[in-house]
Write a protein that binds this ligand. Structure first.
Ligand code: NAP
Length: 481
């Protein structure tokens, strides 16, 4: 077996490790092992690539490794779970920038060596193909980079989370896309050579950076998770294009895996919200939630809001035998997951069966509730998916809704004029008694009213979820002591 076959064999092993690692990430019980397996695959790919490329000076590589490793280690230790979405946005941006730089560097090499000499290094490549993939790596990398930085700004609160809309926005974006296509065709035809080819490259580079920004501008902060997973997919495609530029098989495979898994995740989120990707990207959802609530016919809600104290909540829960907890975005905001686990344990000690009903888009990122509850060591077996818990809902004595709103809004099933009509919900309203924890009359992500809060069997426990839950737990402790 010659060296080239050995290298390709190692790349195949690395790819298999990536695929198995990804598969294992699908279950919480195997996710850690899956992550380690993928990291092992990446280590193998890096080592083989370093040997394969006959590198004569390791100085820059080691410098990059040390600086990058230190930053990565510090981020892993310091970044809170709740800041994960913006962290992922930054990482996507870095991936996009890396692909852009690979494409740009290779273009620089072509400029200095000339096509004939450059292609001698790459078996089977030709001028139109290589210029096309260079262009794609730069274009997709550029859009991913600035789009991700904007998304990071919105998620971290450094930029307004409101959609930024202006007249003729779609026209401006359309003109930019057209400009990119024209620049791309000119670049490929001229092979990036001469003043025309060179100008086409720099024009395309500038447009891609502007386009990343303007595409994310009209998207509301709440829709950012969908955008992040889409940008994640784009960063994979940019890496794939960079893999073709430098004819590196493992980069092509890894890029494809990231690209396709990002697309799948984006589609899952859109389906769970019952919205199309086009609606997420172009509707400016959340720009004016009050008008969405009134004019789009969020439906009129009837009935009184009836509050309940922590002491009375305790009395209700003390008598319950079947309790379902429905967490939502408010649990993440108040960081109530630890006290939720404490309450669940107390209810179980009291003889109740406790389950957590998990909606696929509760919170602001996929798996948001799973991550928070896992952090608080809630047993995975207690987490029940929406489709499994809904048929059992009429048997539940009490449903405790913790900072969830849209994902338990019955209007999604009943009111055709509601902006969230068609979104599957957790049927908390079917439980015998519903206790809803929220701070006041604040609407959910969609900005619409929720009939659940005014139903006969619903009681509102007002206040920050962590504080009110703590009060219920204290009541449990004092009575049982
Ligand atoms: P939600 O509809 O955003 O409602 C959250 C509720 O939490 C609010 O009504 C708020 O009411 C309450 N709240 C906020 N801070 C609180 C605190 N400290 N203590 C107690 N309550 C608090 O949440 P959701 O039901 O989880 O629904 C998620 C929404 O996000 C869905 O519409 C979904 O489509 C959207 N979305 C999700 C994803 C994803 O990947 N998960 C992605 C994009 C969009 P008060 O202000 O009155 O307290």
């Amino acid at each position: 077996m010659n060296l080239l076959s050995l290298i390709n064999l190692a790349y195949i092993v690395a790819s298999i490790l990536f695929i198995y690692g990804l598969k294992m990430l699908g279950r919480q019980s195997t996710a850690r092992r899956g992550n380690s397996l993928s990291a092992l695959g990446m280590l193998l790919a890096v080592i083989v690539t370093l040997l394969d490329r006959q590198i004569i000076d390791y100085t820059w590589i080691i410098t990059g490794l040390v600086i990058g490793g230190a930053i990565g280690f510090a981020c892993a230790r310091l970044i809170k779970m709740t800041s994960m979405p913006e962290m992922v946005a930054l990482l996507n941006g870095c991936g996009g920038l890396a692909s852009l730089l690979v494409g740009w560097a290779e273009y620089g090499k072509i400029q200095s060596l000339g096509w004939a000499h450059y292609l001698e290094f790459f078996d089977g490549s030709n001028k139109p193909f290589t210029s096309t993939v260079i262009f794609l790596a730069v274009l997709i990398g550029g859009i991913t980079f600035t789009g991700s930085i904007y998304a990071f700004g919105k998620l971290s609160g450094k930029l307004s989370g409101k959609p930024v809309l202006f007249g003729g926005q779609q026209f401006v974006n359309g003109a930019l896309v057209l400009g990119l296509i024209v620049a791309g065709v000119i670049f490929v035809i001229h092979g990036g050579q001469g003043p025309i080819g060179t100008n086409a490259f720099y024009v395309a580079l500038a447009i891609s950076l502007v386009l990343g920004w303007t595409l994310v501008m009209p998207i509301g902060g709440g829709d950012m998770p969908v955008v992040i997973s889409m940008l994640n997919s784009l960063s994979g495609l940019a890496a794939c294009a960079a893999g073709f530029v430098i004819t590196n098989n493992v980069l092509i495979v890894a890029g494809c895996l990231v690209g396709t898994s990002g697309v799948i995740l984006t589609m899952i989120m859109c389906k769970a919200m019952n919205r199309s990707l086009a609606h997420v990207l172009f509707s400016g959802f959340g720009a004016d939630t009050t008008s969405a609530a009134s004019s789009e016919g969020a439906g009129t809600v009837e009935g009184e809001l009836k509050s309940i104290s922590a002491e009375d909540s305790y009395s209700v829960l003390e008598a319950a035998r079947n309790v379902v907890i429905v967490p939502g975005y408010g649990m993440a905001v108040s960081q109530a997951q630890h006290v939720v686990r404490e309450l669940a344990e107390m209810l179980e000690e009291n003889g109740a069966e406790v389950r957590f009903a998990i909606h696929p888009v509760a919170g602001r990122m996929p798996g948001h509730m799973n991550v928070l509850l896992a952090e608080a060591n809630v047993p995975y077996e207690q987490l029940v998916e929406m489709d499994s818990i809904n048929p059992q809902m009429p048997m539940m004595d009490v449903a405790i809704v913790i900072g969830a709103n849209d994902v338990v809004n019955p209007a999604a099933a009943r009111d055709k004029s509601s902006p969230i009509y068609g979104m599957p919900i957790i049927n908390a309203h079917e439980a015998r008694i519903v206790i809803c924890l929220k701070r006041g009359k604040g609407a959910g992500f969609s900005g619409i009213e929720n009939q659940l809060f005014r139903l006969e069997n619903t009681r509102m426990l007002y206040g920050d979820a962590k504080a009110t839950l703590q009060a219920v737990v204290t009541e449990f402790k004092s009575v049982k002591a």
